[in-house]
Design a protein around this ligand. Structure first.
Ligand SMILES: [Zn+2]
Length: 262
């Protein structure tokens, strides 16, 4: 289950299985608990928007403090809807928040270092959290429709196995709040990339089940069904609580997935 944590104005989600592992601090943010105003209200974690960098850094300080992370060590991804996976070390601490992002293409981040928080961004695309509880390896992936077609979640599991010696059966997966089949209406040029079991054709236009496709690709590389937690939350249906690109367009804030081995 994804459980909502409320601390005064600050609201975010945790994955029960990750929390119970005892080896990770993590969260998935909502709109609530930050200092940003207007269309960015209030927990905007988006770099390079019309929101001020001071506000965004302040928001990072709030969520990092809540999660017991050193805000100076956050490592931000560089999401370009590709499937490149970047191994992160302490040499990358601060990337993208305190100095220019040095990654060219990094839709997935992986590390086995402790006290090194990883950060990925979302406003309808699918956050995938991965945690090998035996070898203690952590990954975050950004799986929009292109990343899902490219199987970035499955590739990240494979990478954890090949590079860090993980066994897929030891990996916990969390599929976070994101646009779901109820709202993810697409054209044929998108639908044609998905196998038909993940395309609902009952309405005028096709609707895609990204979360189902991601869960299936994780199972196909050996992640156990019972180790996969799907939040069941649609960011488009719940645009009161989440920034949704589908609802708000580009003038909006961004949520983040944050996670760190301890
Ligand atoms: Zn929906």
């Amino acid at each position: 289950m994804f459980t909502l944590v409320k601390n005064d104005d600050l609201c975010y989600y945790k994955i029960d299985s990750f929390e119970n592992s005892g080896i990770v601090r993590h969260g998935f943010t909502t709109k609530y608990g930050g200092v940003s105003k207007g269309c960015f209200e209030s927990m905007n974690l988006r770099i390079n928007s019309d929101d001020s960098i001071e506000n965004v850094r302040c928001n990072y300080e709030i969520i990092a403090k809540e999660l017991g992370m050193d805000v100076k060590r956050l490592v931000l991804s560089k999401q370009v809807h590709k499937t490149d996976i970047v191994d992160v070390t302490s040499l990358d601490a601060g990337n993208g928040l305190w100095y220019d992002n040095k990654f060219e293409s990094a839709d997935a981040l992986v590390t086995n270092e402790k006290n090194l928080p990883l950060v990925t961004f979302f406003a309808d695309c699918v956050p995938v959290f991965l945690l090998d509880t035996k070898k203690e390896v952590l990954a975050l992936a950004h799986s929009g429709w292109r990343g899902t077609v490219g199987k970035i979640a499955a590739l990240t599991v494979r990478h954890m196995c090949d590079k860090y010696g993980s066994c897929a059966e030891d990996i916990l997966a969390g599929i976070g709040p994101s646009i779901r089949q109820c709202c993810f209406e697409v054209g044929e040029e998108v639908a044609e990339h998905f196998s038909k079991e993940f395309v609902d054709r009952c309405k005028a236009k096709p609707h895609i089940d990204l979360q189902g496709a991601i869960a299936a690709q994780l199972e196909a590389v050996g992640v156990k069904r019972e180790n996969i937690t799907d939040s069941g939350i649609c960011t488009c249906c719940r645009s009161d609580e989440f920034y949704s690109h589908r609802v708000m367009g580009n003038q909006r804030g961004t949520m983040a997935a944050l996670a760190m081995l301890i």
